[in-house]
Design a protein around this ligand. Structure first.
Ligand SMILES: [Zn+2]
Length: 721
């Protein structure tokens, strides 16, 4: 899942995602309410939708409604905040924290609709507005997060925390607000704030340069081939694409191989010419290490800036600063988790390497496997071990059957819920289907939109988002969407999907029910508003039910004959899933460790030499296998050096550890039962961020997670029954 769209658009803070219902009682809103009602007829975004659970009325919303709604939304939100600051009463939990939860309803509403549509159904007008809005929303967010008067009230409430005797969820909310302000630098002196602002400015300049260099590099390092014979092994369509790319780049008659963002290059699996493979790999792995687009000075300075910023904020290093409010809590826990898996992962990778080396020898090669050989020979090993016919497999995964007899069936078996079609609700595209979710007792819980098919104007990938967030305080029920890019079957024919797509459908619905089962009071703590090392847990957890024999028996049936998928074919699918997993896991872990090492440097460390720092970091953790370089090296590690996931790349695996551990535990307890579903729903899904994630996990599981189940899930450790 991508981070919720509003959060990423408005900034890291969730403060502005507060409320989606018109404020009823606060006096300060009277003026806005009057203003709103006068223009409401013309612009449906200005008032809460009257459809069930405030589901947006897409039949009325037009592109020209967004800009004025954003303008008014930001103004109203600032007015709400100003009213909190100007309140003559002493700061209280109610008039400060709860008031912030209620503030900015219009901005929340319009942001959610707009940013969902720019992802799922983009067009020229929406893209233009999106660029125009980005700096305005960032400034709006700063105006709140860095507001000293507002923080003074938050701090006043926080300082009375002991005496307030708040209920646990309210206490948690207070803590979350307070820590967010402090993290943004609210407690610093004016002098320190000036220093932070200077560092922020330099940081933003250098990260922009870093990503612009990468963009330019993607053109500069593309590999041009003159002689078609060198491209032996590519398919007709790959050749055509390469010829077209060369023509577009002004080199007609040649072939251009573009380089993707990771160290490994998918095309290496097909290229028979070893020299060309080496050329392609080196173009990828040495990018940004020389010439005008040298990213090395940026890497060293950016990591140093973060260390300096962390020191100003009172932390030993950036990783410590970043990990507060996460489930991992501190760098040590991340290192321990990753290091504990190194032996098993390295052993598996070495076994894969031995298979590859044997294949090289069988094919008459007299060389040690190099990074540019790995994918090529691994593909040969894969074909030898599992000659999987993808289209044969797809015959057993018909889209509607997967949705109803796979996903909805599993939800019913675990949680007792059912999904009823709601064709009467307006949707934003004819391919989108609306459903209403009912609980086991028949009580209505949420609205769910299923938007599964690829189309122009939809960005790639798969994600979940909310149009309306759950909140007891605001009496709101969730309105949630799942988005994917499944190629639709030809007109009049069924859509057949790969098992990968099936797994992703379960994954996204895992996020979906995290939103829809949410049962908290405060919108800031609802559903998926959890730390990034926890958010992929519920989604990854749901994936594994897709492969449970009992579930498969219900949905994996031939679309023509209704015959169950043959056991032999299924076994191949499952085994192929974990093929090359040592390599995949090791290259990921190396990158995660590199990210953590860069961000563990203290502030007074001199600028580092990038190559030797990398080499030392990998060696230190025993992950320096020459044939298996990190998934990203520092000079093109956007997640880490670019900033968005700095000291956070580990989070994907952290979530997967929880998912694997939780699933293994429930399998031991009888698998697909209502009792298991309830245990998990109550302790994990319903509580959102209303208590610390490890506390939730222990409530559910009775103990902290271990990495054993993850290693088994990835086929890196044998299953002991
Ligand atoms: Zn996800």
């Amino acid at each position: 899942m991508r981070k919720t769209l509003i959060a990423s658009a408005i900034g890291a803070s969730l403060l502005v995602t507060a409320c989606s219902q018109p404020p009823k009682t606060e006096q300060s809103n009277t003026a806005e309410t009057v203003k709103t009602s006068q223009v409401a007829i013309a612009n449906p975004l200005l008032t809460a939708s009257t459809l069930q659970y405030q589901a947006p009325d897409f039949s009325q919303i037009k592109d020209e409604h967004f800009a004025p709604a954003f303008e008014q939304g930001m103004a109203e939100h600032m007015a709400d905040i100003q009213a909190i600051i100007d309140n003559q009463e002493p700061a209280s939990f109610e008039n400060t924290i709860v008031a912030m939860e209620k503030a900015g309803s219009l901005l929340t509403r319009v942001s959610r609709v707009f940013f969902n549509l720019t992802g799922t159904d983009s067009n020229e007008a929406r893209r233009a507005l999106q660029s125009e809005l980005a700096p305005k929303l960032a400034a709006h967010s700063d105006n709140i997060n860095l507001n000293a008067d507002l923080f003074a009230r938050v701090e006043a409430v926080y300082n009375q925390r002991e005496q307030l005797k708040l209920d646990p969820e309210s206490d948690r909310l207070l803590e979350v607000y307070y820590k967010r302000f402090v993290k943004a630098g609210a407690k610093l002196s004016e002098e320190q704030k000036t220093a932070i602002r200077a560092l922020n400015e330099e940081h933003s300049k250098l990260t922009t340069q870093f990503s612009q260099n990468l963009l330019k590099l993607s053109k500069a390092i593309a590999v041009v081939v003159d002689d078609k014979a060198q491209l032996d092994g590519l398919s007709e369509s790959q050749l055509k694409a390469a010829a077209k790319a060369a023509e577009d780049a002004g080199q007609p008659g040649k072939y251009l191989l573009s380089i993707t963002n990771t160290t490994r290059q998918p095309i290496l699996a097909s290229l028979n010419n070893r020299e060309l493979r080496q050329r392609v790999w080196e173009a990828s792995a040495y990018r940004g290490t020389s010439g005008e687009l040298d990213n090395r000075p940026l890497v060293s300075r950016l990591t140093q800036i973060r260390a300096e910023k962390a020191a100003l904020l009172g932390y030993n290093n950036w990783a410590e600063y970043q990990l507060q409010n996460t489930m991992a809590e501190k760098p040590e826990n991340v290192f321990n988790m990753l290091n504990s898996m190194v032996p098993a992962v390295v052993a598996n990778t070495q076994a894969e390497q031995a298979d590859i080396q044997a294949m090289i020898k069988r094919e008459g090669g007299d060389f040690d496997v190099q990074p540019w050989d790995w994918a090529y020979y691994a593909e040969k090993v894969r074909q030898e071990k599992y000659d999987l016919n993808e289209s044969e497999v797809r015959n057993y995964f018909e889209f509607n059957r997967v949705l109803h007899d796979g996903l909805f069936y599993t939800m019913n078996r675990l949680y007792g819920v059912r999904f009823e079609p709601r064709p009467d609700l307006p949707v934003y595209h004819p391919d989108v289907q609306a459903f209403e979710l009912f609980d086991h007792g028949g009580k209505s819980l949420a609205i769910f939109y299923a938007d599964y098919f690829a189309r122009d104007g939809k960005r790639g990938g798969a994600w979940m988002n909310s149009f309306v967030g759950q909140s007891g305080l605001l009496e709101q029920k969730p309105v949630v969407v799942n988005v994917m890019n499944i190629p639709k079957g030809p007109e009049g024919e069924p859509t057949l999907v790969s098992f990968d797509h099936v797994t992703t459908m379960f994954h996204e619905l895992g996020h979906g029910i995290h939103g829809m089962f949410s049962k908290v009071k405060y919108p800031s703590l609802a559903g998926t508003a959890v730390s990034r090392d926890f958010v992929e847990f519920p989604s990854t957890f749901e994936e594994d039910w897709a492969a449970l024999p009992e579930v498969l028996a219900n949905y994996a049936r031939h679309y023509k004959t209704d015959e169950q998928i043959p056991a032999e074919l299924l076994e191949k699918v499952m085994k192929a899933k974990n093929f090359n997993m040592g390599f995949d896991t090791l290259e990921y872990m190396s990158a995660a460790l590199l990210d953590m090492e860069w961000h563990s440097l203290p502030a007074d460390t001199p600028l580092q030499d990038v190559e030797s720092f990398e080499a030392k970091a990998l060696e230190k953790h025993g992950v320096n296998l020459p044939a298996v370089p990190p998934r990203y090296k520092s000079t093109y590690f956007s997640h880490s050096i670019g900033g968005g996931y700095s000291a956070g790349y580990y989070a994907y695996m952290w979530s997967e550890i929880l998912a694997a551990d939780a699933f293994a535990y429930l399998r031991e307890r009888g698998g697909l039962t209502r009792e298991n579903g309830e245990l998990y729903r109550k302790n994990i899904l319903e509580v959102g961020n209303s208590r610390p994630p490890m506390e939730s996990y222990i409530q559910f599981r009775g103990q902290e997670p271990t990495t054993d189940a993850l290693l088994i899930r990835r086929g890196l450790k044998p299953q002991i029954d």
